[in-house]
Design a protein around this ligand. Sequence first.
Ligand SMILES: [Zn+2]
Length: 264
Amino acid sequence: MAITLDDAGRARYALRAGESRLDLNARLGQSLRLVHSGAIACTHCGRATRKSFGQGHCYPCFKRLAQCDTCIVKPETCHYFAGTCREPEWGERHCFQPHVVYLANSSGLKVGITRHTQLPTRWLDQGAIQALPILEVDTRQQSGFVEMLFKDLVADRTNWRAMLKGSIAPLDLCAERDRLFAALTGGLAELRERFGADAIRTLDAEPTRIDYPVLEPPTKVVSHNFDKTPSVGGTLMGMKGQYLMFDTGVINLRKFTGYEISVE
Ligand SMILES: [Zn+2]
């Protein structure tokens, strides 16, 4: 699923199937059915796999690729300097690049990290209604250390049920940033001492607001699963984060990356 942000701050959803794209915003309120054929192809090497590992990989790729290593989820555990990076060149291209630390409001205040190129995609994936970049650092590992610091005071995960139900109270993200910077002065100073005074830079960005196409949010969140029910559908009630909301329940399409799906 491709999610983009238009100039008016609205999230636009398209379902990718090979070369064709289905505009989901235009299908709101209409009936839509997705049927899984049973086939799953690794998104990296294309080979057929009976089960998907790490969101769309075959088992050999899952064990071999640096992007599937646990240090991607926990960047502070980066082991490049120990000489054990699974793919050092991939690491140099992806991890030894500037990363952004941001605050977002998905199911309440959270902290997150990503590369510049992943904004605003990362926020759209998480169903954030507001987001604000606050710091820029030189490497992914450094962003992990900064995130660790913030995690004592802020969540780093989204409560997806609350995110889908909506009615999330707007936050003053600039005020939250200032409050957190004040509380973490000592910790940030220690990281600057360790990595160099210029390694962790304060950003002066404007908050982004995002509207999602939702006719009516679910009152009770029931989730569909292609592994259990290959045919999923109903009236399309909305899209938020990586979820499609039907009147029959919701489905997280990210979880089923690589699944062969036909649209009816
Ligand atoms: Zn593979």
